[in-house]
Design a protein around this ligand. Structure first.
Ligand code: GDP
Length: 304
């Protein structure tokens, strides 16, 4: 897959190439081999715990399959990585959930600069291409710039944006948007929010209020609370995720800027340490550079 191939070029140069060179120098599966493997995984930001878990599982698997040749060992590694990247609770979990009837609402959370607005723009574009009617809500009323930025995406992708002046109550923007989505029969409402982790209590209250307003109008919504994380921030992204999990029921992760990092291993850390499914990945700045997360394509992209 071209997008994954291009988007993971940087990760491939470190993670993939290191694994490949580890295998190229392969003589025998001994403890040194597993030590080197562990080190490679840690350097690729899969996280210490995850790296140890992977090499332990690989050790057993290699023994079980009696893999002795380079080819056999490399097959075990690739297969194991795909398995690890597959979401817990299988495929169902990794997909975005849409309402069967009435508007679907996705709430986007995440700190400034992680790529939240860009993701909303890209997703609006993609949903629109599949024939869905999309509405955006500028729920980050804290910064005038954020409202204008979402409005700009709305113009670019040609979908309407519900907005109010800066400093308006975000819940009132969302209320108007949900009402409009219902009366005008939009299929999907994408809600931007302010992710000010500086004040966790306020953030929690704000997100709770927004969710309440949505649920009162549409009992099954929001169908997703998507947390955007910047892959280039490595382990910091994990810390952010833990903090957001404390303030709101996150249903999935959007991992942005994977094209800008050599540490594609972060996906594994998110899966194994946070138990949250990665639902979407940002692989570049173009409109179609947002992809559903696909473990097989991802691992293929890593190994090139
Ligand atoms: P927000 O503050 O969270 O809404 O972040 P923005 O959507 O404004 O994005 C911040 C910057 O990251 C912008 O320059 C985007 O073009 C860039 N960006 C977002 N997603 C991606 C991605 O997947 N790949 C790359 N390379 N850049 C991205």
């Amino acid at each position: 897959e071209k997008k994954y191939d291009e988007g993971l070029a940087k990760s491939r140069q470190t993670f993939g190439d290191k694994l490949n060179s580890l295998l190229a120098n392969f003589r025998t599966v001994d403890e040194d081999f597993f030590d080197d493997l562990e080190e490679t995984l840690i350097e690729s930001d899969v996280g210490f715990e995850t790296a140890v878990k992977i090499s332990d599982e690989l050790r057993q698997e290699v023994k079980l399959k009696n893999a002795k040749t380079k080819q056999a060992v490399s097959e075990v590694i690739i297969q194991k990585l795909i398995e690890l990247y597959e979401q817990e609770g299988a495929d169902e979990d990794a997909k975005l959930h849409f309402a069967t009837d009435g508007p679907t609402v996705f709430l986007f959370v995440g700190v400034n600069g992680v790529g939240k607005t860009t993701t909303i723009g890209k997703l609006a574009y993609q949903l629109k291409k599949t024939g869905k009617r999309v509405l955006l809500a500028a729920g980050d009323t804290f910064r005038a710039g954020a409202i204008e930025q979402l409005a700009e995406w709305g113009r670019r992708v040609e979908v309407p944006v519900v907005q109010k002046p800066a400093r308006s109550d975000p819940a009132s923007v969302v209320y108007d948007a949900v009402k409009r989505a219902k009366t005008e029969k939009f299929d999907v409402l994408l809600v931007d929010t302010a992710g000010r982790l500086q004040n966790k209590v306020n953030l929690m209250k704000e997100l709770e209020k927004i969710s309440r307003v949505i649920t009162r109008e549409i009992p099954t919504a929001p169908q997703e609370v998507l947390l955007a994380l910047d892959a280039t921030t490595g382990q910091n992204a994990l810390t952010q995720a833990k903090q957001f999990k404390d303030v709101t029921p996150v249903s999935g992760i959007v991992l942005t800027k994977l094209d800008g990092t050599a540490k594609g291993g972060i996906v594994l850390a998110i899966r194994n340490e946070l138990h949250l499914p990665v639902k979407l990945v940002g692989l570049g700045e173009q409109l179609d550079d947002l992809q559903n997360f696909d473990p097989e394509k991802f691992v293929a992209g890593l190994f090139g």
